[in-house]
Design a protein around this ligand. Sequence first.
Ligand SMILES: O=C[C@H](O)[C@H](O)[C@H](O)COP(=O)(O)O
Length: 252
Amino acid sequence: MLRNTSNRLFTPLRTIAMSGVESAKKIAAYKAVEENLPGDAKVVGVGSGSTVVYVAERLGQMANKNQFVCIPTGFQLKQLILDNGLTLGTIEQYPTIDIAFDGADEVSPGKLDLIKGGGACLFQEKLVASATDNFVVVADFRKKSPQYLGTNWNKGVPIEVVPNSWVYVTRRLKELGAKQVILRQGGSAKAGPVITDNNNFLIDADFGSIKDPAALNTKLLAIVGVVETGLFVNMTKKVYFGDEDGTHSVWQ
Ligand SMILES: O=C[C@H](O)[C@H](O)[C@H](O)COP(=O)(O)O
């Protein structure tokens, strides 16, 4: 153990081995970029979360990195794009995207539907995913659903709402059958509710096991006050999973 100048104990970084989950995220992200980034890509979307950190890292190492602009889905990735020496663009400048990479909270087999928004970034993520025909997801092994969404991710479907609508939306969600509806709180990082990058609130609504995500998504979007939902239906082309043993697998 070493001491830094303030005399605190710390562990040298090199001695901290990457955990199984962390290395799974990295292998998924690296493989997804290496196997999918078109050589002639001009516009690349980059989502949010802890797994896409490695997407930005790998994009920053690619030989053609000066040939494309990156469109972020929020504040976090805007910074990471710059930190990795990549060129930043906006969705207003580039409404057609060649390929986008993003993370997920849960992925269902077959149709590759997703729950997203665990990090409160779902609206801009869905905007970017909608702007491409090449939406590639990167995730660690914990995100594989055995069948239905809502099995492994049991915190509820993240739903972005206009702030003064949250009580009304909560009532409507309960009428639609949500078992639990929570206005997401900032916890120790912020007193009061989480504020999204679009200055909205985030509600987590637990519908249990979701047998028809498309139908549920349609009902949620019909509620006045709902801006977007974390159900990504029929949008995903491929999912790269990093596995615990250091290998990766692809669903498509
Ligand atoms: O709001 C956050 C995003 O939807 C993330 O992509 C999702 O939560 C997955 O994040 P992570 O890669 O950290 O598990």
